[in-house]
Design a protein around this ligand. Structure first.
Ligand code: NAD
Length: 482
C-alpha cells in the first residue's frame, strides 16, 4: 500500500483534514509517461478548441467553489474569504487565458520581398508544475492554464502542506479534459526531484523558496530542461513625505503585510517612512490595524488573519521578532483577537509592527514570511532608494505618494519585478500585468501575455527570397543582407 500524506488543521492541530497518496518514483514515471503520450494528441487540437475545453474545465470547478474554499481554509489556515477569493480569481485567470491565448499563440506569417517566414508557437511537451502551499490554487492555475492553452500537458506537484483542495480542483478540471492532459501527484522533495529529473519533462515551472529553487534548477539543468522560477521577495514599501496616511490607505497597507498571516511572496515586508512622519505613521497604522486585522479561526466570521502554516514557521517568526527586540527594536502588537478564538489550539502568532530595528537585523534583511513587519525611518530619497534596493531579492516594491508622477519616477529606480503605486500585494495585481522577480527572486513571468508566451517556443519556417522560384540567387555561403 502506498504511503499517505496527512494534513492537520493549523488552527486546530488535533483536527485531521484529509490525506492524499504519496507518489513513489514508479508512480511519477507512469504519470509522466501518460502525460507525454497524451501531449501529442493535445498539441494537434486547434488552439480555439483547447481554450474551449479550458472554459468547460472552469465551469466544472465553479459549482464546487464553496466546498473547495472551506477545505483550503482548513488545510492551510488561510481565512475563508481569502480562500474564496483565491479560487474565484483562479477561474477568472483561466478564463482570461482562454480569451487571450489564441491571439498570443497564433502563427505569424510574413510573405514579402525578403522571403516567406512562418513563426509558430510550439509547446514544450510535458510541463512539471511545482507549487508551494501558501496559494496552491492560483499558483497552480498560473501554470496550468497557459501551458494547456499552448498545447503542453501538465503534471502538478503541490506542497504536502496544502495538497487537498488543489488535488480536488485539478481532478475537477481534468474531468473536462482528455485523459492525462492534466494530472496531479503528491509528495515532497523525493517526488518533486523524480518529476523534475524525468527525461520526458519538457519544462519545469516552479514557485517556492530559493534553496529549493537551486536544487530544482540544477536537476533540470542536468538534462537542459528549461525552468521558470518564481521565488521569494523582501518587498520594500516607500512612503514618500506626501503619502496619504488616512485610514483607507492605511487599512490597505496593513492587509498588504498581514493577509495570509504575511505568508505571501509579494507581501509588504519592510516599511520605510520619513523620519518626520514616523510617529504619525505608527499611530495611523495601529489604528487601521485595530479596525481591519482580526486574529482567529479561519472559518469564523469577521476573522481576517489565521494561524501560520506549521509549528516550525511559528517558532521561526517568533524568533525573528525576539532577535529584533534583542537588537533594540520594539515589538508593538497590532490588530485584535476574535473573542471566540482559541489561540492555544493552533499555530497562532500575534501580529506585530517592529520599530527601531537596525537594518542588518534578519527581520529586515531577510524575507520574514510571517505576521510581523519592521518600520524603518529615512531622511532623504537617495538613501531611501539605496536601502530599498539592498539585498539579493527583487520581487515587488511599492511607492506611496499623493503625486503619481513622483511615485512613477521613484518606481523606475527600484530593483523589483513589480512596483505597485499607492497599494501593495494582491490589490495591486492585474491579469494583464506580467509578474515575476529580478535578481535572486527568480526569472520568467506569470500573468499577462508574457505569462502565456512562457509556455510556447517560437519555431521558424523560412524560405529566403533569393532561393524561391524566380529568385535572384546568392553566393553559396553568403550571409543574408537583412
Ligand atoms: P518550498 O521551496 O519549500 O517548496 C515549494 C515546492 O517545492 C513544494 O511543492 C515542495 O514539495 C517542492 N520541493 C521541495 N524539494 C524539492 C525538490 N528537491 N525537487 C522538486 N521539488 C521540491 O517553498 P514553500 O515553503 O512551500 O513556499 C514558500 C516560498 O515560496 C517563499 O519564499 C515565498 O516567497 C515563495 N513564493 C513565491 C511566489 C512567487 O510568485 N514569486 C509565490 C508564492 C510563494
Amino acid at each position: 500500500m502506498s504511503e499517505r500524506i496527512t494534513r492537520y488543521n493549523p488552527a486546530r492541530v488535533y483536527e485531521l483534514v484529509g490525506t492524499v497518496p504519496a507518489a513513489d518514483p514508479a508512480r511519477v514515471d507512469a504519470v509522466v509517461l501518460a502525460a507525454d503520450t497524451a501531449q501529442r494528441d493535445w498539441a494537434r487540437v486547434e488552439v480555439a478548441d483547447r481554450v474551449a475545453a479550458l472554459r468547460d474545465a472552469a465551469d466544472a470547478v465553479e459549482p464546487h467553489l464553496p466546498t473547495l474554499a472551506e477545505l483550503l481554509a482548513r488545510e492551510s489556515g488561510k481565512v475563508l474569504a481569502d480562500c474564496r477569493g483565491e479560487l474565484g480569481f483562479a477561474l477568472t485567470f483561466l478564463r482570461w487565458v482562454a480569451e487571450h491565448a489564441p491571439r498570443v499563440l497564433a502563427d505569424t506569417a510574413l510573405d514579402d520581398a525578403a522571403g516567406r517566414l512562418l513563426l509558430r508557437r510550439r509547446p514544450y511537451g510535458v510541463v512539471a508544475a511545482i507549487t508551494p502551499w501558501n496559494a496552491p490554487i492560483i499558483l497552480s492555475f498560473l501554470k496550468i492554464a497557459p501551458a494547456l492553452a499552448a498545447g503542453n500537458t501538465v503534471v502538478v506537484k503541490p506542497s504536502p502542506l496544502a495538497p487537498l483542495a488543489i488535488d480536488r480542483t485539478v481532478r475537477l478540471l481534468a474531468s473536462a479534459l482528455p485523459t492525462a492532459v492534466l494530472q496531479v501527484l503528491h509528495g515532497d522533495a523525493a517526488a518533486g526531484a523524480a518529476l523534475v529529473g524525468h527525461a520526458l519533462v519538457g519544462k519545469v515551472a516552479f514557485t517556492g523558496g530559493a534553496a529549493t529553487a537551486r536544487v530544482v534548477a540544477a536537476a533540470a539543468a542536468a538534462q537542459t530542461t528549461p525552468t521558470v522560477l518564481e521565488l521569494g521577495g523582501n518587498d520594500p514599501v516607500l512612503l514618500l513625505d506626501d503619502a496619504d496616511l488616512s485610514p483607507e490607505p492605511m487599512r490597505r497597507l496593513v492587509m498588504a503585510s498581514f493577509a495570509t498571516s504575511g505568508q505571501v511572496c509579494m507581501a509588504a515586508k519592510r516599511l520605510y517612512v520619513p523620519e518626520t512622519r514616523h510617529d504619525e505613521f505608527v499611530a495611523a497604522y495601529r489604528a487601521a490595524a485595530a479596525e481591519v486585522l482580526c486574529l482567529g479561526d479561519p472559518l469564523a466570521a469577521g476573522v481576517s488573519m489565521g494561524p501560520v502554516v506549521t509549528a516550525e514557521a511559528a517558532a521561526r517568526i517568533t524568533g525573528l521578532v525576539e532577535d529584533a527586540v534583542a537588537r533594540g527594536g520594539r515589538a508593538l502588537p497590532v490588530g485584535r483577537v476574535d473573542p471566540g478564538a482559541d489561540l492555544r489550539a493552533g499555530h497562532f502568532v500575534t501580529p506585530t509592527l517592529v520599530t527601531g530595528v537596525p537594518e542588518d537585523a534578519p527581520l529586515v534583511a531577510q524575507e520574514q514570511f510571517g505576521p510581523t513587519v519592521p518600520v524603518l525611518s529615512y531622511r532623504d530619497e537617495a538613501g531611501l532608494i539605496a536601502r530599498a534596493n539592498a539585498g539579493e531579492l527583487g520581487l515587488g516594491a511599492s511607492v506611496w505618494s499623493a503625486d503619481e508622477e513622483r511615485a512613477f519616477a521613484v518606481a523606475r529606480r527600484l530593483e523589483a519585478g513589480f512596483v505597485f503605486v499607492n497599494t501593495h500585494n494582491r490589490t495591486g495585481m492585474s491579469l494583464r500585468a506580467p509578474f515575476g522577480g529580478v535578481k535572486r527572486s527568480g526569472y520568467g513571468r506569470e500573468y499577462g501575455e508574457e505569462g502565456i508566451a512562457e509556455y510556447a517556443q517560437t519555431c521558424v519556417v523560412h524560405a529566403p527570397a533569393a532561393f524561391r522560384a524566380g529568385g535572384a540567387g546568392a553566393a553559396a555561403n553568403a550571409y543574408p543582407a537583412s
